[in-house]
Design a binder for this molecule. Sequence first.
Ligand code: C5P
Length: 289
Amino acid sequence: MNILYEKAYAKLNISLDVTERRADGYHDMAMVMQTVSLADEVEIRFNDTGVVRAATNLSFVPGDERNLAVRAALCYLRAVGQEGQGLSIRLEKRVPVGAGMGGGSSDAAAVLRTLNRHYGALDAEKLEALSAEVGSDVPFCVRGGTAFATGRGEKLETLPDMPACAFVICKPGFSISTPELFRKLDQSSARCHPDSAGIVEALRAGDLPGICRRMYNVFEDIDDRRLRTVKEIKGRLLDFGALGSVMTGTGSAVFGVFRPGTLPDEAALEALRRDCGFCETAVCVGRLN
Ligand code: C5P
């Protein structure tokens, strides 16, 4: 039987800015994004059932069209004239759900890359355009690497690779709903913005401290009790020697950036794991498509 395998890498927001609320209900963004080694495992089997279904190791993740991986597969099959092809998608979820790490988007992106390798029907540009129909973060997850994302998040400019570094990623036990946080942001008045141009300049110069000093996420300053926990974790990562620390996406995961060879020791990581629930290390992954 023909089984296709792919990794669905998580993304981190090195910076996240919301520049405008749009008439279509979405927001214009400006984000420096990075693909990292923490990944879900994706397996796709072709079958003759005529339906596309997903199964995962997490009981609360749906297997029908509420799952972005299923939506991506249906969207691709329709685009290349293969409607009715049955697929069984197995997702081994390792990226925490509701973390702001693009877990669902990266599963969808892995399905799109895999099906496109199989059918060979779309060039890179067309695949990214199609992926924007599945979700705002899916085009970046299809392309991977280091990129500046604008529009809903679907307009991408590939940037130079991040200088060598390692990440410690923590996720507290709670998740924060993306639409809810956007709503709260719309209701808040004064807003600080990240120096996105400064980060891009520091990337071009290979200046890791310059990047880390400017890392900022506009969602962090919303008045929400849960974000105080995020700030506490940031403080701990900085105490452990991170050059910078920031929340990714709409949270609740938060990460610290470390110079290679300066990661906290195993006991410190274990303490973070015990207190947060989730704590893993990761490194950068380059462009995927
Ligand atoms: O595109 P996606 O389905 O991932 O977006 C989920 C939700 O996040 C949207 O329904 C919207 O409320 C919010 N969103 C937004 N502006 C963006 C991306 C997402 O307001 N650029």
